[in-house]
Write a protein that binds this ligand. Sequence first.
Ligand code: C2E
Ligand code: MG
Ligand code: MG
Ligand code: MG
Length: 277
Amino acid sequence: KAKVDGRGRFVFFEPALHEAAQARRALEFDLRAALALGQFEVFYQPKLHLLKNRLSGFEALIRWRHPVRGLVPPDLFIPLAEEVGLIARIGEWVLRAACEEAARWPGGLGVAVNVAPSQFYTGTLVPTVTAALAASGLPGHRLELEITETALLRDGAEVLRQLTALKALGVRIALDDFGTGYSSLTQLRSFPFDRVKIDRSFADDAVVVRAVAALGTSLGMGVTAEGVETADQLRRLREDGCTEAQGYHLSRPVPASDVPGIIGRYVNASDMEESSP
Ligand code: C2E
Ligand code: MG
Ligand code: MG
Ligand code: MG
């Protein structure tokens, strides 16, 4: 299978390519079966409201419990699911599962669900969200959808139409991973975002954090810092104007069964804070 490249060297690229394609097909095959076999799970990561100093809700993060590969993170299969046209069905499953779970949480805690860019182009997003809210009984204002800038690229007018329909249901919209994509300030203004989430790569960049926090706040948005890993970062992000924080320092994403424990811990923690002199 060896070929000679321009400089007369042997390059063994074909077997590697072949193996990669085969691994991909195997993954696609498994992915198609995963929904039917019930192998997906939703983990939840708490978000802390920095002004009220209390839990504001949880972000839903999908996991795939593969019988051989173990717990597979979303970055390893969501892009493939988009490519092979499975994202609408997986997205619908996550929305239904997350809304049902959140409907059981006390105190009006919200849930944030990630929406892949191509979900805006299957024509199913608005009906799916409507159905998930109706089936779970979760009020629309307790659901937030997280979208990335990539979603806005293809047909911004179509995305805006759907976001407007979703907002009419009371659903909130967050711009995820801000600063990593083709972010422009215009996009932040042209779409009805309720929140901007500053990508975790900026957690230590005070200049960027302050600028985005000031801009988001003046546009009436919540400003979330992602990827907060230390107490020191949390203190600085709070000082620099973020209104919400999320990250391993507060908690890693946990299975649904661990959510009540986290809620209890935070309720007790803020009670203690309030009652201390
Ligand atoms: P994201 O929406 O930006 O989610 C945050 C990611 O950062 C999560 O990775 C989370 O576990 C991780 N993270 C949270 N705190 C920290 C921290 O302090 N340090 C570090 N290093 N990482 C932190 P995860 O769960 O692997 O998800 C990766 C991405 O996959 C998500 O990024 C989102 O874009 C996508 N994703 C997850 N669930 C879904 C889903 O249900 N649907 C779609 N379409 N995409 C999803
Ligand atoms: Mg997200
Ligand atoms: Mg993010
Ligand atoms: Mg991300």
